[in-house]
Design a protein around this ligand. Structure first.
Ligand code: NAD
Ligand code: UDP
Length: 336
């Protein structure tokens, strides 16, 4: 299939380009590089030996999106492009609503206009809010605790309604848990700008000596050891989940959790990282981070049942691959 990948120069998008190319799909990336660099796509080419067409456009720009759809005959769209920093979304909600929601509407309208019937959307486990774990797709969603989460819930609703009006559409709403790690080549990975918000890139920067110690946000949660529990998933498993969704989708809207189904605490992740990479990390317990929930992990059985997809890579591989990328590349390939 010929697939439009919006946000394809970013963290999850670039890994998904690798999976798509390796399974015989062709890829056109649309990215404005607001949180990525074009040379990531050169490394995607290096890994796969295959070409990627790149269009530097903003996918909220209707004219630019329409012209891309007119130039290429797409069989499907995977829509990754969006802003994703929870804290920034609280400070700049309109920036988040504008980018994340308008891009989704513009792309859905272009699909309607040009007869593109497959749409895969990057949603997030954040739409479950503080529900009871494990999170299952049929749960009623609780209000998001921040504008970023709200944009994901709104986009899901927009696509559900658009698919009702276009009964021949196949839409996948993929709710990601916590993507970590990097392609095993160490050529592409998570390259956050500035001080990372997320745990794994924070850990790799402590390991490298760029940050002095990991601050663990709270050890008094009702969890296995008091620290927050999340469902960490290797980014290549996540990438393969997108290919499975594209290949297996039938008409209608389908919601899938993409997680491992395994909860891991902060302390357990630190220990896994130390064991995988033979080092000790400096850590300190500090206060809880406002807005954090105690536990978040998936019931991942629907994706297994309907898409034949399961996450295969374990915590040690996630830690080893995240560290390899940090060691090899992060010094020289930070965002411009
Ligand atoms: P990322 O920032 O690395 O990638 C997003 C890409 O989209 C970047 O390359 C950026 O330049 C591009 N982009 C943003 N707005 C754009 C626009 N208007 N036009 C064109 N390009 C634009 O983020 P990621 O971690 O790869 O996340 C991809 C998607 O997955 C996002 O929608 C994010 O909300 C969602 N998601 C991410 C996580 C996570 O933990 N990383 C978890 C759940 C969901
Ligand atoms: N966390 C932490 N220190 C950090 C970053 C994160 O202790 O510097 C904890 C956080 O409280 C949560 C877990 O690690 O329990 C995962 O946080 P992350 O921001 O990576 O993902 P999210 O909370 O968005 O699921």
């Amino acid at each position: 299939m010929n697939i439009l990948v919006t946000g394809g120069a970013g963290y999850i998008g670039s890994h998904t380009c690798v999976s798509l190319l390796e399974t015989g799909h062709t890829v056109v990336v649309a990215d404005n590089l607001c949180n990525s660099r074009a040379d990531t796509l050169d490394r995607v080419k290096q890994i796969t030996g295959k070409d990627v067409i790149f269009s530097r456009i903003d996918v909220t720009d209707e004219a630019a999106v329409n012209s891309l759809f007119a130039d290429y005959s797409f069989d499907g769209v995977i829509h990754f492009a969006g802003h994703k920093a929870v804290g920034e979304s609280v400070a700049k909600p309109l920036k988040y609503y504008r980018n994340n929601i308008i891009s989704t509407i513009v792309l859905a309208e272009a699909c309607q206009r040009y007869g593109v019937k497959r749409f895969v959307f990057s949603s997030s486990a954040t739409v479950y809010g503080d529900n009871e774990v494990p999170f299952v797709e049929s749960m009623p969603l609780l209000p998001a605790t921040n504008p970023y989460g709200e944009t994901k819930a709104v986009c899901e609703r927009i696509l559900i309604d658009a698919a009702k009006a276009n009964p021949d559409w196949s839409v996948a709403l993929l709710r990601y848990f916590n993507p970590v790690g990097a392609h095993e080549s160490g050529l592409i990975g998570d390259a956050p700008d500035g001080i990372p918000n997320n745990l794994m890139p924070y850990i790799t920067q402590v390991a490298k000596g760029k940050l002095d110690k990991l601050r663990i946000f709270g050890d008094d949660y009702p969890t296995v050891d008091g620290t927050g529990v999340r469902d960490y998933i290797h980014v290549m498993d996540l990438a393969e989940g997108h290919v499975a969704a594209l290949d297996k989708l039938t008409s209608g809207v389908h919601v899938y959790n993409l997680g491992t189904g395994q909860g891991t605490s902060v302390l357990q992740l630190v220990k896994a990282f130390e064991d995988a990479n033979g080092m000790k990390l400096s850590c300190a317990i500090v206060a809880r981070r406002p807005g954090d929930i105690a536990e978040c992990y998936a019931n991942a059985s629907k994706a297994k049942r309907e898409l034949g997809w399961v996450a295969k890579r374990d915590l040690l591989e996630m830690c080893r691959d995240a560290w390899r990328f940090e060691k090899n590349f992060m010094g020289s390939c930070l965002h411009s």
